[in-house]
Ligand binder design. Structure first.
Ligand code: PMT
Length: 400
């Protein structure tokens, strides 16, 4: 299986004085488990909320608290911490810290380390909603964005101060994806990509529908990987239990016809289209307003053909656009895949064996036979997350 994107990366976590600091302690632990080299810098007010010992234990590293530390090796810490960082994550970021960063101050270890660094700086604000909404804070946020810092917007909801509003620290699942993006080569930067995922549901009556076993995992892995590589990602998804990957724009559909409408609405504006969704080829001819009596079902289950979205995309493919299909096969993978590649005017087709328990539908892993116009390649048996990255590696080579 592939290494974590955080493995071996020097990540500085700057912790400021907010009750949300206790959540960031968990983030430090997650990154350390992913073999990141985590250095924590705590401001004076941060230590009012969580002790340095907590962060030291969870990050597996010494915590830096003073500009000029006691030990000899600490003397230049305010420079080396920033200089050696691969990314700096400031969380929770208080209004005060953001104001000092926006002003380019260097009056403590954290602000000095940021000025001495050329790494991506990610800022996760957390504060009382009225403070977050104050024009001075808004001005500082704008200045930070203009400095090239990535601001990860806080959530809205109930705060520790018992006030409701925007100011709650962003969730780790969201922050992790932006941090991963800051550490990933941006070979899809500037590309708008469209990914489809999941099954479609073709209703017979208010209670029943035709569908398939697609969980959406393969398509969601492709969308997540594309975001990390810098793309603008549109995910048209059938019904799944999966959360929308951070940074991805998701449109939910149910039927093949709804999926077709949303896909065609976006297709011309996208440089890459990857059709991982398991689209039903047929739907019940009649959608009954009332539940069909069980004695009538066999008689009523008359099917009619759904539009073949991928075939339609192949016909209207614009020059330079990369069109990637998937094929769910249980035998003759190479022959069936090549037929679809040619019949649907694809640039690539990813053929997966749906006969086994560890590839294809619902599995956490997959093994793809990748067929292009110039040949074929069997990708390794691996996680769908790694499969997604391997597929993007090959799609990037097809971009004009
Ligand atoms: O979602 P998971 O549980 O992770 O499972 C992943 C997967 C098995 C669903 C995925 O890897 C996969 O194989 N997706 C394609 C499934 C499928 O519909 O294959 P197919 O051979 O029936 O269709 C071929 C291609 O035509 C697919 O790109 C499909 O999106 C497209 N198609 C099919 C029918 C149709 N009416 N319109 C289409 O666009």
């Amino acid at each position: 299986m592939a290494q974590s994107v955080f493995s071996g990366k020097r990540i500085v976590i700057g912790v400021c004085g907010s009750i949300a600091a206790f959540k960031v302690a968990g983030w430090a632990s997650e990154l350390a488990k992913d073999e990141a080299l985590v250095s924590v810098v705590m401001t004076g007010s941060a230590r009012e909320f969580v002790t340095p010992l907590t962060f030291a234990a969870l990050s597996g590293n010494e915590v830096h608290t003073a500009m000029f530390g006691a030990g000899r090796e600490e003397v230049m810490a305010h420079i080396s911490i920033g200089r050696d960082a691969d990314a700096i994550l400031i969380a929770p970021a208080t209004a005060n810290a953001m104001a000092r960063l926006a002003a380019g101050m260097a009056d403590d270890l954290l602000t000095t380390a940021v000025l001495a660094s050329r790494a991506r700086v990610l800022i996760c604000p957390a504060m009382n909603p009225r403070m977050y909404d104050h024009p001075a804070t808004r001005r500082n946020l704008q200045m930070l964005r203009e400095l090239g810092y990535w601001v990860i917007d806080p959530e809205s909801g109930m705060m520790a101060c018992k006030e409701e509003g925007e100011g709650r620290l962003a969730e780790w699942d969201t922050v992790r994806e932006h941090l991963a993006r800051s550490l990933t080569p941006q070979d899809l930067l500037g590309q708008r990509v469209l990914v489809t995922a999941g099954p479609t549901r073709e209703p017979l009556d208010p209670a029943r529908f035709l569908s398939n076993r697609s969980s959406g995992k393969m398509g969601y892995a492709l969308a997540r990987a594309a975001f990390r590589r810098g793309a603008e990602v549109i995910l048209v998804s059938g019904p799944t239990a999966l959360p929308c990957p951070a940074g991805v724009t998701r449109e939910n559909v149910r039927t093949a016809c709804e999926m077709r409408e949303r896909v065609l609405a976006h297709a011309d504006g996208c440089s890459v289209i990857v059709k991982a969704a398991a689209v039903a080829d047929y739907r019940p001819e009649i959608l009954h307003e009332h539940k069909v009596k069980k004695e009538q079902i066999a008689k009523e289950l008359v099917l009619e053909k759904n539009p073949d979205i991928l075939h339609e995309l192949g016909r209207r493919k614009r020059p330079g656009q990369v069109l990637v299909g998937f094929a769910a096969e249980s035998r003759d993978l190479a022959d069936e895949g090549l037929k679809k590649l040619n019949r649907k005017n694809l640039d690539l087709i990813a053929v997966n064996d749906i006969g086994g328990a560890r590839t294809g539908f619902e599995a956490e892993t997959n093994q793809i036979l990748l067929i292009s116009r110039t040949g074929s390649e069997k990708l390794p048996f691996t996680s769908k997350a790694h499969t997604a990255d391997l597929l993007w590696d090959r799609i990037v080579r097809l971009l004009p």
